[in-house]
Design a protein around this ligand. Structure first.
Ligand SMILES: *Cc1c(COP(=O)(O)O)cnc(C)c1O
Length: 368
């Protein structure tokens, strides 16, 4: 039977060559060569001044929020519809996540609801470019700037995403990305923290290296308690190859999404990822919301798709619905999406036949 995975990295001879070179020669004096190169390539691609490659996006968020001084007693506003990795680092720092509902079209944080969630304890707002859709930045900034609250962009799913010509990750005070094996650009596991803020970057240089200040030339002397989330040179070698191919990796995501549009045109009452005016959606995952007219439950549809070899996944559950948090049932859009949404496969080597097959299975499964 046909089996279409939901995600799979694209590994060419270039990736193999770079990683082989790194594992063979990337030691001693060359031990950071690929890491330094990856940093430069990321900065150039995103158009940012500073980049700190990390072992994960979760780590990048943890370190970034530490640099902003997030701590016990602080509140951090987060969208309820996201992966838990956007929220977990808030709790690592002893701060409280405040869950805000998302917009029904973009599935990103609802700027109008941010204002109501701000208190004197609000230390930061985390926004998430969900499944590659751009957050409405001007609307969010209008709220945060009035209160001088920094914006942290979780752009883990936002490679290829733009807002008014600026790349996701370069829009906020801090930006973070994930290079997990399922993401558009991968290093196996990995991430990066980026910023255009020079003074934050100065603090991050110290935090990124166990609190050692490069201005204090004393070996093993630590000025602060920092972190050790740095990406390895081996992973960076893989990352260098991937970022040299970034245009085709992004292009393929957009093409696959458009093929889904073509081949599912006649499927009634489903709603796909949204691309707002003046934005580019990176379409990390083709995602659809089942309309009310379909009697089938989302989970039954997932089962039907998977039984036919189409690896579909559920839309993220609202993070506030997890047992460790207080459920915010007022976030009705996030709850609805978590109940009626699903992701369909998309990866570089996916063919038009694969997309057509996935759409055929979808159409059949929805037939009453
Ligand atoms: C994948 C993902 C992360 C986490 O990335 P890791 O590299 O696994 O830490 C964070 N936020 C979002 C929105 C993600 O999709």
């Amino acid at each position: 039977m046909k089996k279409i995975l939901y995600a799979k990295p694209s590994i060419t001879q270039l990736e193999i060559d770079y990683v082989s070179d790194a594992v063979t020669h990337g030691w001693g004096e060359q031990c950071y060569d690929y890491l330094i190169r990856f940093k430069t390539l990321i900065r150039q691609h995103l158009g940012v001044a500073h980049a700190f490659p990390t072992s994960s996006c979760t780590g990048a968020l943890h370190m970034g929020m530490a640099a902003l001084g997030v701590g016990p007693g602080d509140e951090v506003i987060v969208p309820d519809a996201t992966w838990i990795a956007s929220v977990a680092p808030v709790t690592y720092l002893g701060a409280k996540p405040v869950f805000v509902d998302v917009d029904a079209k973009t599935w990103c944080i609802d700027s109008e609801k941010i204002a109501a969630a701000i208190t004197p304890n609000t230390k930061a707002v985390i926004i998430v470019h969900l499944y590659g859709a751009s957050v409405d930045m001007d609307a969010v900034r209008a709220v945060t700037e009035a209160h001088q609250i920094p914006i942290i962009e979780d752009a883990a799913e936002g490679i290829g995403t733009l807002y008014k010509g600026v790349r996701a990750g370069a829009l906020g005070t801090l930006g973070v990305f994930s290079f997990h094996g399922t993401k558009t650009l991968t290093t196996g596991e990995g991430g990066v923290l980026v910023t255009n803020d020079d003074s934050l970057a100065e603090q991050l240089v110290i935090l990124d290296n166990h609190g050692r200040d490069p201005k204090v030339p004393r070996m093993f002397w630590c000025e602060q308690v920092g972190f050790k989330y740095r990406m390895s040179n081996l992973q960076a070698a893989l990352g260098c190859a991937q970022i040299e191919r970034i245009d085709e990796l992004i292009q393929s995501k957009r093409e696959i999404f458009h093929l889904y549009q073509i081949h599912s045109k006649d499927v009634p009452d489903i709603r796909w990822n949204f691309e707002a005016a003046e934005t580019v959606n990176g379409y990390w995952m083709p995602t659809l919301i089942l309309g009310e007219s379909h009697p089938i439950s989302r989970d039954s549809l997932l089962q039907a798709l998977n039984e036919k070899g189409v690896s579909a996944r559920p839309f993220f559950y609202p993070v506030s619905s997890f047992p460790t948090f207080e459920t915010c049932s007022a976030n009705t859009v996030s709850f609805r999406l978590g109940e009626r949404g699903l992701n369909l496969p998309s990866y570089f080597d996916m063919t038009e036949d694969d997309v057509r097959y996935a759409c055929d299975v979808l159409r059949e499964s929805l037939q009453p």
